[in-house]
Ligand binder design. Structure first.
Ligand code: FES
Length: 192
């Protein structure tokens, strides 16, 4: 009789141990699952942040213009790039990409062939071919984007607009590709 009781007790203990193991395994699995979920979420967010937000050629990204023959001649009017929101202006000092939104209240200004300057249709602000303020309610000169000169063979940037947004000289004998970085806006200078 005592033998049977011992046997019963040992069976009960085994079953309890099994239950404990099963509970522990379940907790481990739940923990692993939650860690896996966290890892996948974190990786997904990291990949999303690492991806470029804009495609090449779209406004907000880098826009290829072509070789230096693609820029307007020095004596010609600036060229309008409406889809990517800038005017490409070739001046005595170099090339400029001017953001085509007026610095007053955001209207789209245009080049006036007769007046040889940019004029905003909304309140009449005027700017030179270099984007510099002439007159009107605009508080500053036109904003600019960085122009990049790229070696077409290595795809390396060999020269770019400086942080003041000054016109970029393109050497006569260079064989460079020109690009405009519409994600790198340089705010125009304010006037008194
Ligand atoms: S928005 Fe251009 S002058 Fe007012």
């Amino acid at each position: 009789m005592a033998k049977n009781t011992n046997k019963d007790n040992s069976q009960n203990n085994n079953e309890e141990n099994k239950k404990k193991v099963t509970r522990r395994e379940a907790l481990n699995l739940a923990w692993l699952a939650s860690m896996g979920f966290l890892f996948v979420s974190f990786s997904g967010v990291t990949i999303l942040f690492a991806m470029p937000r804009f495609k090449e050629g779209e406004f907000g990204g880098v826009v290829p213009i072509g070789s230096k023959d693609s820029i307007p001649n020095l004596n010609n009017p600036p060229e309008n790039f409406p889809k990517v929101k800038f005017w490409l202006s070739n001046t005595d000092q170099g090339v400029l990409a001017l953001y085509k939104v007026c610095t007053h209240l955001g209207c789209l200004y245009s080049w006036d062939d007769q007046e040889t300057k940019f004029i905003c249709p909304c309140h009449g602000s005027q700017f030179t071919k270099e984007g510099e303020y002439i007159q009107g309610p605009a508080p500053r000169s036109l904003d600019r984007f960085k122009v990049l000169l790229v070696d077409p063979e290595t795809d390396e940037v060999v020269s770019e607009t400086n942080e003041n947004g000054e016109p970029l000289q393109i050497p006569e004998d260079s064989n460079v590709s020109i690009r405009v970085d519409t994600g790198a806006k340089i705010i125009g200078e304010t006037h008194s």
